[in-house]
Unconditional design. Structure first.
Length: 259
């Protein structure tokens, strides 16, 4: 059973920790990242309720592969399942989600902005906001935590390790709500990774595409040619190495990106 600390305010204004069980997880998006997370979740004895835009019938083969802990569902059902939701869909699809669907939910947002797929977005090109700040605007009331956006899908199962493993890798997270970040960190720990707090949504550019903490940091050979990256093997990244990459990261101008 996964347990996440939450903070409750006592009558004198202090915070005390409570325990909230996390035994199931909703996943919206059945692409490479969403599916990789689903596989780790069922392996960790977490029930998964997974949905996509094509409907539950399109997920029959996937849930059969995942086993009895997985259920195909509608987007609305996945959004209500468990204590947290993984959102792994293209940025352009955020606005098509039902209004208020994720309000009040802890949401692990795996999304990135790719101009070749999503088109140019003025607020991102001008650096008025980060991708996740835009996502927050599109999903008012959701407790967004940026996570799993800086790692290639095939590296997720390669690098997942139990707690305490010497070669365990860390993933960055960013968000505004400290309780949501704590819940996300506990979930990610159960899935096989440590976490490094990268700050607020405004600071999430530190692990967006082309930053020093984006994808290549997990490559066994960081110099592998771009055309080989989708098959290239991974190597562990410690929390210390990730923290250094985040601190030294440069902000890449989105307006100059083409991929």
């Amino acid at each position: 059973m996964l347990r996440a600390p939450t903070c409750a305010r006592t009558p004198d204004g202090h915070h005390e920790e409570e325990e909230q069980t996390m035994s199931s997880l909703g996943i919206i998006g059945s692409g490479n990242i969403g599916t990789a997370i689903a596989r780790l979740a069922v392996a960790a004895d977490i029930d998964v309720v997974i949905a996509n835009s094509r409907g539950p019938q399109s997920l029959t083969a996937l849930v059969e592969e995942l086993g009895p802990r997985a259920t195909a569902a509608t987007v609305e059902e996945a959004a209500r399942a468990g204590e947290a939701t993984v959102l792994s869909i293209p940025l352009t699809a955020y606005s098509s989600l039902p209004e208020g669907l994720l309000r009040g939910r802890t949401v692990l947002d795996t999304g990135n902005h790719y101009p070749f797929r999503d088109g140019r977005i003025a607020e991102l090109d001008s650096e008025e906001m980060t991708t996740t700040e835009l996502a927050q605007r599109l999903l008012p009331g959701a407790l967004l935590v940026k996570a799993f956006n800086n790692i290639l899908a095939h590296h997720i199962p390669q690098l997942a390790r139990p707690a305490g493993a010497a070669d365990r890798s860390a993933l960055p997270i960013a968000g505004e709500d400290p309780d949501a970040k704590a819940r996300a960190a506990v979930l990610i720990d159960r899935l096989g990774f440590g976490t490094v707090d990268a700050g607020t949504l405004a600071e999430s550019w530190r692990f967006e595409p082309e930053s020093d903490a984006y994808t290549r940091i997990y490559l066994a050979d960081p110099e592998v040619p771009p055309e080989q990256i989708m098959q290239a093997p991974a190597a562990p990244v410690s929390a210390e190495k990730l923290r250094a990459a985040l601190e030294g990261s440069r902000r890449v101008k989105v307006a100059e990106r083409t991929f």
